[in-house]
Design a binder for this molecule. Structure first.
Ligand SMILES: Nc1ncnc2c1ncn2[C@@H]1O[C@H](COP(=O)(O)OP(=O)(O)OP(=O)(O)O)[C@@H](O)[C@H]1O
Length: 233
C-alpha cells in the first residue's frame, strides 16, 4: 500500500448476532480512499453504512477480509494497536456529542488532549485557531446550550480537525441541521480537508451533500452497488 492510500478495504464481510439470529450485514465490500479525497457513502437505512464506518474507524473488530488503515492491517490487530490508530482519526457524529458543561474552546481542547500530554496553553491556542477556521472566533467561551445546531456542529468539526487527523469519519453530520447550516458544515469539512490533505469518509442519507463529493459509493443490502466519480474543481 503506497503512502497516498489512506484506507484499503478488500473482501470485507461482517456478521451480527450468533446462532439462529446471526445475520450478514456486509458482503465482499471493497473500497479505497486516497489522501485528500472526500468520499460519500450513501444507501438506504440498514444497508450497512455505519457498519463500514465503525470497522474502518477501529470501533469494532474486523471479522473477515482486510481493512488496511494508514498502512496497518486491522484484521487481527491488538486492542492497543486499534487504540493508537483511533487516535489518528477524527470523528463527527449526527449528534454533535459536545460536553454540555464545557465551553466551545474547552470541547475542542479535548480533541487535542486525547492525543496525550499537551500543555493547556498549547491546546487552547490550537483550539482557538480551529474555532477561528470554522468561523466561531466570537463564540469560544459559549456553552453548547447557547449555540445553534449549526454552530454546535461546527464546534464538532473543529474538534475533529484540531489535531490534523489523517482521516475524518463523519456519520450523518448534517442530519439534524437545516439546509443552510448543513451546506456550511459540509463546505467547511471539504475546504479544511483539502487545505490540510485530510481524507474524509462521510456517511449520509442527505442528497444535499452529494454535489460536494469526489466520489459517491452506494451501499444496498450490505453490498457496494454503485461507484460514481465526480469531477471537482
Ligand atoms: N449491533 C447490532 N446488532 C445486530 N444487528 C445490527 C447491529 N448493528 C447493525 N445491525 C444490522 O446490520 C445492518 C446494517 O446496519 P447499519 O447500521 O450499518 O446500516 P446503516 O446503513 O448505517 O443504516 P442507517 O442509515 O439506518 O443508520 C442492519 O440490518 C442492522 O439491523
Amino acid at each position: 500500500m503506497d503512502s497516498e492510500t489512506i484506507v484499503d478495504v478488500r473482501g470485507l464481510n461482517h456478521w451480527f448476532g450468533s446462532g439462529d439470529v446471526r445475520k450478514q450485514a456486509l458482503f465482499d465490500v471493497n473500497l479505497m480512499l486516497k489522501r485528500g479525497s472526500f468520499t460519500v457513502l450513501m444507501g438506504p437505512s440498514g444497508s450497512g453504512k455505519t457498519t463500514v464506518l465503525t470497522l474502518v474507524g477501529c470501533l469494532r473488530a474486523v471479522q473477515d477480509g482486510s481493512v488496511r488503515l494508514l498502512g496497518s492491517e486491522l484484521n487481527g490487530a491488538s486492542q492497543a494497536q486499534l487504540v493508537s490508530l483511533r487516535r489518528r482519526l477524527g470523528f463527527i457524529f449526527q449528534a454533535h456529542n459536545l460536553h454540555e458543561s464545557l465551553t466551545a474552546v474547552q470541547n475542542v481542547m479535548m480533541g487535542v488532549q486525547v492525543h496525550g500530554q499537551v500543555a493547556d496553553r498549547v491546546a487552547q491556542s490550537a483550539a482557538e485557531h480551529a474555532l477561528g477556521l470554522v468561523g466561531l472566533t466570537d463564540r469560544t467561551t459559549y456553552l453548547p446550550a447557547n449555540l445553534s445546531g449549526g454552530q454546535k456542529q461546527r464546534v464538532a468539526v473543529a474538534r475533529a480537525l484540531v489535531s490534523s487527523p489523517a482521516l475524518v469519519l463523519a456519520d450523518e453530520p448534517t442530519a439534524a441541521l437545516d439546509k443552510d447550516s448543513a451546506s456550511e458544515v459540509v463546505d467547511l469539512l471539504k475546504r479544511l480537508g483539502k487545505a490540510r490533505g485530510t481524507t474524509t469518509l462521510l456517511v449520509t442519507h442527505d442528497n444535499r451533500i452529494l454535489d460536494r463529493a469526489d466520489r459517491i459509493l452506494t451501499l444496498e443490502d450490505g453490498r457496494i452497488v454503485k461507484t460514481e466519480v465526480r469531477a471537482q474543481d
